[in-house]
Design a protein around this ligand. Structure first.
Ligand code: MGD
Ligand code: MGD
Ligand code: MO
Length: 770
């Protein structure tokens, strides 16, 4: 029982910090960002390492920033380092010289570490050697790599079936390590490969695969430079993809208009002051959004339908002038049924449901009316909803009506999160592989891969709870804190016989563990990866399907770290022994060999080893870019979808809550306690509320409140939050992830993608009580 109390202590602290609230900012980047970037590196132990590394980030021959998947300029990788404030923070965290050795773990019990908050945990340092927690143990202790692999192998080999193990991946793992990892998992015998994508852009992959035949975006960076309209939906680039602002600035200079659709007036959507130009450095900015639409949370589908309806009426008045009838006729299917369905809607009602005044919807439609070079970008504000898949299909409908795909300056742009999350999927980290992919593995490696679908993230958590899983292995990430329903997930993890975390830094998943637990330390992106005396490079795929090399430069913090590929190969040997048909020794020591193997299995990687070393890397094939749609219908056409509006019924005391990232975090890694652009300082436990709602609920700004969710008859509580009035629609609220993951019901998932609905949680708000 004491364990349940540990979780509560971290989830529901007894005290708050001293919150300071200032006016939200209306612009992003500029001098404060440059200052902040430097400041964070300077703050960490290992300043020189941090600064040295900063000058090699996203630079020719340097390493890929691990903070997001936004691409580098195309023609060439920049000769100077390209980084943003948040990339610098990510690096500062990695480059720290604070080491966590066995002495640290001997001095700090798991129970004590579990009491720290995420910010304090992150500041502890880099894990420097493998450690093991025996059954009933209170402290992690030293273990050799060999013994660690033996222990995991012993567990894996005593399971009744390989399907009693699950192998998670977070999106930083390189192409090489991901490919080797899934190969091991499949030779071992399961497709249980949940990944962070399940909680992220799975809705995008699902929708796009179905209607355009590829689960990825269709634009390149150059499309941004010469386009007419960019629509940015449910995305906060100023914080999460700051380098995207440079592309938007360039787009605006070349005449593009921007429409921003977001419940919050995010600074990075409004204005950008580019620190890399003299003007920007002096504080002159570029206005970004020409039209900002403050949508209600999840009002996006209604809004897109309203715009489509208005465009349809314009098309009726001027046939062939608004819709691209030739494109629709030759390259799409389902148009007539789509239009019949659209006719049922009333534009005013749609606008009302979206929360946007009709004149503003008309303004948006006017901006699109005579244009066909349109790009739609989106991220978590769209995907993490019950109807995330359908909203994306509706966005595709709009693009198809306008013929805005498969031509320069136009297309779809799901903006990815983790720096190689897209590459992980290309490398077959997927619980639902198709027959063709599995056949290829069989042909190249000569073993029969499992054919049955595996478990995704939510299915894995449920299977753990039900006792169907016994071993949980995580290649990176922070499963406990990133997943929904924290208390339920903690119970699930504690039922495991063995939990293994391959990690760079400490996180809460190390403290909520199975009967036995292992932490295996690994190299990070900025670390030098020496194998047999030679510095290796890895490769990653960015948001636009470009595969590029990345070479770390920092001396690893300890000589006792293995790279992820070696960890997998050694584990494979220990587990499979003479059963193995894959030559694991060959791959352990050579990424070159791994890339040769990838080339044989995955289309688009021909001449991988020679192409990847070219400056700028290479593009993977993308049929929609060429106007070809390889959907399951097999007629080469993109598909119009018929979608239905979501219904949200709130009782008088209920609110909708969306969970968002602050400017000072990378997912569950908390760099600091401020959210500068939104005017929040020194506290993360805040709830942003509409001013009238605060008043109507009998609350005051600054009040302490507790938050509850009652989905499925279960009480979920997140206690002690401070009410902050914010410019947001009535009955809509926002809090920071992961503090409120405890409120996200495990059963509340997007239809079709099974993504937790982290952007729409129904809550009740009560004055705080002990
Ligand atoms: N510095 C930094 N960079 C990161 C990350 C990080 O944590 N820190 N995380 C990485 C990862 S893994 C990812 S997936 C991306 C995430 O990048 P984003 O998707 O930009 O991240 P979120 O903070 O989740 O915010 C989503 C935005 O959606 C808005 N929103 C919320 N609900 C709705 C809605 O119903 N409709 C609309 N239209 N908008 C809504 C929020 O106001 C917010 O502006 O960033 C990546 N890059
Ligand atoms: N409520 C709510 N929940 C969410 C979201 C949300 O918006 N709201 N967003 C979801 C999204 S989009 C995502 S992607 C997930 C993120 O889920 P995860 O990917 O699981 O979480 P991260 O916080 O990115 O993982 C951080 C940990 O990864 C390890 N790490 C860092 N770099 C490396 C490396 O190079 N190799 C290895 N092996 N380990 C490394 C470190 O130990 C660090 O503690 O969270 C999801 N959860
Ligand atoms: Mo993500």
């Amino acid at each position: 029982m004491s364990k349940a109390i540990e979780l509560t202590a971290a989830e529901n602290p007894e005290e708050l910090l001293k919150l300071k609230v200032t006016e939200p900012k209306t612009w992003a980047a500029g001098i404060p960002a440059v200052y902040e970037a430097g400041k964070d590196v300077l703050k960490e132990d290992g300043v020189i390492r941090g600064l040295t590394a900063l000058f090699h980030m996203n630079k020719k021959g340097g390493f890929d920033c691990s903070s997001c998947a936004w691409p580098d300029p195309d023609d060439d990788r920049s000769p100077i380092a390209e980084y943003c404030e948040n990339g610098a923070k990510a690096l500062a965290e990695e480059a720290t010289t604070k080491k966590l050795t066995a002495e640290f773990f001997a001095a700090n019990s798991v129970a004590d570490l579990a009491k720290l908050n995420d910010y304090e945990i992150g500041k502890k340092g880099r894990i420097a050697q493998p450690v093991y927690l025996p059954k009933g143990g209170t402290h992690y202790q030293a273990i050799s790599w060999e013994d660690a692999f033996k222990k995991i192998a012993a567990h894996l080999n005593t399971l009744e079936t390989p399907d009693e193990a699950a192998f998670y991946t977070s999106g930083r793992t390189s192409n090489e390590a991901s490919f080797i990892y899934q190969l091991f998992v499949r030779e071992y015998g399961t497709n249980n490969l949940p990944d962070c994508s399940n909680m992220c852009h799975e809705s995008s992959g699902t929708a796009l695969n179905e209607v355009i035949g590829i689960g990825k975006g269709t634009v390149t960076l150059n499309d941004f430079y010469d386009t007419d309209v960019i629509i940015i939906m449910g995305q906060n680039p100023g914080t999460n993809h700051p380098r995207m602002l440079t592309a938007l600035e360039k787009a605006k200079k070349n005449g593009a208009k921007i429409i921003a659709i977001n419940p919050l007036r995010e600074a990075g959507l409004i204005e950008f002051k580019n620190p890399q130009t003299v003007k920007g450095f002096l504080g002159f900015g570029t206005t970004l959004a020409d039209l900002y639409l403050q949508v209600k949370i999840n009002g996006d589908m209604a809004l897109v339908k309203a715009i489509e309806k208005l465009l349809y009426e314009m098309e009726l008045e001027e046939p062939g002038k608004v819709f691209d009838q030739a494109f629709i006729k030759n390259t799409t299917s389902g148009y007539d049924a789509f239009i019949e369905h659209l006719k049922n809607y009333d534009t005013e009602e749609l606008a009302e449901q979206a929360g946007i005044p009709l004149p503003q919807v008309k303004e948006a439609a006017e901006m699109l009316k005579n244009k066909s070079r349109i790009i739609i970008c989106w991220a978590m504000g769209i995907t993490q909803h019950i109807n995330g898949v359908d909203t994306i299909k509706e966005m595709v409908n709009l693009v198809l009506l306008k013929g805005s795909i498969g031509k320069p300056g136009a297309g779809l742009c799901p903006v990815r999160g983790h720096s190689n999350v897209q590459g992980n999927r290309t490398m077959l980290i997927y619980d639902k592989p198709n027959k063709k992919q599995l056949d290829k593995i069989k042909e190249v490696f000569g073993f029969e891969p499992p054919r049955q679908n595996g478990l995704d993230v939510v299915e894995s958590i449920k299977a753990m709870h039900e006792g169907k899983l016994k071993v949980f292995f995580a290649m990176g990430g922070n499963f406990l804190s990133a997943t929904p329903d924290t208390t339920y997930t903690a119970e699930a993890l504690r039922k495991m016989k063995l939990t293994v975390q391959v990690s760079t830094k400490l996180n809460r998943s190390h403290f909520v563990h199975g009967e036995e637990a292992l932490i295996l330390p690994t190299l990070s992106r900025s670390d030098k990866d020496m194998v047999n005396g030679e510095a290796q490079f890895i490769s990653c795929e960015n948001s636009m399907g470009v595969v590029q090399m990345s070479k770390g430069i920092l001396e690893p913090i300890s000589s006792d770290l293995l790279n992820e590929t070696q960890i997998v190969c050694k584990l494979a040997k220990a587990t499979l022994g003479s059963r193995a048909v894959v030559d694991w020794d060959k791959y352990a020591n050579s990424y070159h060999e791994v890339r040769n193997a990838i080339e044989k299995v995955i289309p688009g990687f021909e001449d991988y080893n020679s192409k990847v070393v070219k400056p700028g890397g290479f593009y993977l094939p993308n049929a929609p870019r060429e106007g070809k749609f390889e959907t399951s219908k097999n007629d080469g056409k993109a598909i119009f979808s018929i979608t239905n509006l979501p219904v949200h019924q709130l009782a008088n005391d209920e609110y909708i809550m969306t969970s968002i990232r602050s400017h000072d975090q990378f997912n569950t890694t908390i760099y600091g306690l401020d959210d500068r652009y939104r005017g929040i300082h020194n506290e993360r436990r805040v709830i942003f509320m509409n001013e009238n709602d605060i008043h109507n609920a009998g609350l005051n700004p600054g009040d302490k409140v507790d938050l509850f969710n009652y989905h499925g008859g279960i009480t979920r509580a997140a206690r002690l939050f401070i009410v902050v009035p914010y410019d947001i629609r009535g009955r809509n609220t926002a809090t920071y992830y992961p503090e409120t993951n405890v409120l996200v019901p495990i059963d509340s998932v997007a239809e079709g993608s099974n993504t937790p609905t982290s952007k729409l949680i129904i809550i009740k708000i009560r004055k705080h009580s002990k």
